[in-house]
Ligand binder design. Structure first.
Ligand code: G3H
Length: 489
C-alpha cells in the first residue's frame, strides 16, 4: 500500500504522524476485480483545518503584494511554472488515477491532457480578460481605473469522477485571479495529487494553496463556521453543498460556484438515424461507467422505433468489455464507491417490481465491485430510477408518443443541465431546440451530452449548478470588478 505522509499547509510539506484514513482501490492485479487496499492519507482534524484557513487568510490579507496584488505577468509566470512541473508527473498521476478510481488508461491520459490544456487556455484567457478589464474611463469629470480583482479565500471540494480536470477547473481560475485556496480532494482520487504537491509548493507563495486530507465532515465545518471563506466552490452533490453553505454565519454574502446533479435526457425522435443514436447513447450513458454528471441518465424513445432501438442498444451495451482499467479496449471498469453496486441493485429491483424488464442479456450481473449495465424498459414516473440520479451503469428507457410529454417532464424536473436530441427534420427540430435551450443550458444535436470542450460554458439551471464554469466564465466567477477613481476638483 501507498502511504501519503505529507500534506501542504502554509507552503510546507508536513510530515504526518497521526491516524491514517485508508483508501481502497477498486481493482486488483488478479482477474477477480477485488477491492484492495491501495494506500492511506492523513486523517487531518479541526486544528489542521484551522491552520490551513489561517494560512490562506494571511496569504490573502497580509501577503503584501505576494499574491492578490502581484503583477499579472508574475502570476502568469507562477502558473506556467506549475503546469510545466505538472507535465513531468504525467505517468505517476495517470497510474494513480487508474488505480484509485478505475478510469481506463486512455481516459486517464485524456483527462491529464485536457487539464494541462485547460491551464494553458486559462492563462491565455486571463491575459485577454486583463486587457479588456483594465480600462481607464471617465464620466462627468470622474475618472476611474477599472480592474478585475480577487474575492478572497476559496474553499474548494473536488469530486472523485474527474479528480484532476474538475478540481483544476475550480482552483486554477481561483488562483490566477489572485484568490487564495484551501482544497480538499474527494476520498477516491486523493493519492493522485501526491506527485503534484511539490509543483504547488515550488510555484506559489506560501499559504496561497493549501491541500487538506481527511474526512470532509471533519475538516470542512470548522472552516465554514469561521465565516472567513469568501467563495465556496464544489463539484459534487447538492446535499453537501447546501450543508456547507448553511454552516457559514453570513451565508448570503458567500459567493457560490457549484456543479451538482443532473438527469440529462436523450430523446430519440422517429426519424432519427438509429445507428448514430445508439452509438452516442451508449457512449453518453456509459463512458466511465456512467459516473459523469453530464451522462445521459434517461432515454426517451418514440413508440414507432422503440423495438428496433432497444434491440440494437441492448446488443451494443452487452458487447462492451469489462476489465482492469489498464487493459486494452476496456470500456467498463470496477466502481470506486463501495456501496454503489448495492444502490444500483435497489433501483433495478424497484423498477422490476413496478413493471420494467431488463432488456440486455448481461444486465445486472454482479461482481464484488461492479454491476453490468442494465437497460430498463418501460420506465415510469413511479420508479426510483426515474426520480433519482443513478450516477452509475444503469439506463432507464421510457417510451413517448408526443414530444410535449417530454417537455412537461423536463419542466417538472428539479434538474436542468442539458439534453441530447436525435432526429433529422429541421422543421421539427428547430422550434424544439429554441424551447429546450431556454429550459436547460445545452442542447446536443445528434450527439451525446458532455461538458467539453472546456472553453464552452458549463452550467445548469435549477438544482444542477450555481455559477458557470468554462475557461472564460470561471475567471469571472472567481473575481469582482473594482476600480480606483479620482476627479478634477
Ligand atoms: O462529470 C462531469 C465532467 O466534467 C464530464 O466532462 O462530459 O466533458 O466528459 P465531459
Amino acid at each position: 500500500p501507498f502511504r501519503q505522509d505529507t500534506y501542504l499547509i502554509d507552503g510546507e510539506l508536513r510530515e504526518w504522524k497521526g491516524e491514517f484514513t485508508n483508501i481502497y482501490s477498486t481493482i486488483s492485479s488478479t482477474e477477480k476485480y477485488e477491492r484492495t487496499l491501495l494506500g492511506s492519507v492523513p486523517s487531518l482534524g479541526k486544528a489542521d483545518a484551522l491552520e490551513a484557513l489561517h494560512s490562506a487568510t494571511e496569504a490573502y490579507n497580509k501577503g503584501k503584494g505576494l499574491w492578490p496584488t502581484m503583477k499579472v505577468k508574475d502570476r502568469i509566470s507562477a502558473m506556467l511554472k506549475f503546469v510545466k512541473q505538472m507535465e513531468k508527473q504525467r505517468d505517476e498521476v495517470v497510474k494513480l488515477m487508474m488505480w484509485e478510481i478505475g478510469k481506463n488508461l486512455d481516459d486517464s491520459h485524456k483527462e491529464f491532457d485536457r487539464t494541462v490544456e485547460y491551464i494553458y487556455d486559462t492563462i491565455n484567457a486571463y491575459k485577454e480578460l486583463d486587457n479588456e478589464s483594465s480600462k481607464f474611463v471617465q464620466r462627468d469629470g470622474v475618472y476611474a481605473l477599472i480592474r478585475r480583482g480577487p474575492l478572497g479565500v476559496v474553499l474548494c471540494l473536488g469530486p472523485y469522477n474527474y479528480p484532476l480536470n474538475e478540481t483544476f477547473a475550480l482552483i486554477i481560475p481561483a488562483l490566477i485571479m489572485g484568490n487564495t485556496v484551501i482544497f480538499k480532494p474527494a476520498k477516491h482520487g486523493v493519492l493522485l495529487f501526491t506527485p503534484l504537491l511539490e509543483a504547488f509548493q515550488n510555484s506559489f507563495p506560501r499559504g496561497v494553496i493549501n491541500i487538506l486530507y481527511g474526512r470532509g465532515r471533519t475538516v470542512a465545518p470548522p472552516i465554514m463556521e469561521s465565516g472567513k471563506v469568501d467563495v465556496l466552490a464544489l463539484i459534487g452533490n447538492s446535499k453537501t453543498a447546501i450543508a456547507l453553505q448553511d454552516q457559514h454565519p453570513k451565508k448570503n454574502r458567500l459567493r457560490l460556484v457549484f456543479g451538482l446533479e443532473a438527469k440529462n435526457p436523450g430523446v430519440i425522435l422517429p426519424d432519427a438515424n438509429l445507428d448514430l443514436a445508439v452509438n452516442e447513447c451508449v457512449k453518453g450513458a456509459l463512458s466511465f461507467n456512467g459516473q459523469r454528471c453530464t451522462a445521459l441518465k434517461i432515454l426517451y424513445v418514440h413508440a414507432k422505433i422503440k423495438d428496433e432501438f432497444l434491440k440494437r442498444f441492448a446488443e451494443k451495451v452487452d458487447a462492451l468489455k469489462f476489465g482492469n482499467p489498464w487493459d486494452e479496449k476496456v470500456a467498463l471498469t470496477p466502481l470506486p464507491e463501495v456501496d454503489k453496486p448495492a444502490f444500483l441493485q435497489e433501483l433495478i429491483d424497484d423498477a422490476l417490481a413496478k413493471g420494467a424488464t431488463i432488456q440486455n442479456k448481461k444486465g445486472g450481473q454482479r461482481t464484488d465491485n461492479f454491476i453490468f449495465p442494465a437497460v430498463l424498459y418501460p420506465v415510469t414516473k413511479e420508479m426510483r430510477v426515474y426520480n433519482e440520479e443513478q450516477f452509475g451503469p444503469l439506463i432507464p428507457v421510457k417510451p413517448f408518443s408526443n414530444i410535449n410529454e417530454i417537455i412537461d417532464e423536463i419542466s417538472d424536473s428539479k434538474y436542468g443541465q442539458q439534453i441530447s436530441l436525435f432526429g433529422e427534420d429541421p422543421h421539427e427540430l428547430s422550434p424544439l431546440i429554441d424551447m429546450l435551450v431556454n429550459m436547460l443550458c445545452r442542447v446536443n444535436l445528434n450527439s451525446l451530452c458532455q461538458r467539453g470542450p472546456d472553453v464552452f460554458p458549463f452550467t445548469g439551471r435549477k438544482d444542477s449548478a450555481v455559477g458557470t464554469l468554462s475557461v472564460h466564465d470561471a475567471l469571472r466567477s472567481f473575481s469582482i470588478r473594482t476600480f480606483v477613481s479620482f476627479q478634477n476638483n
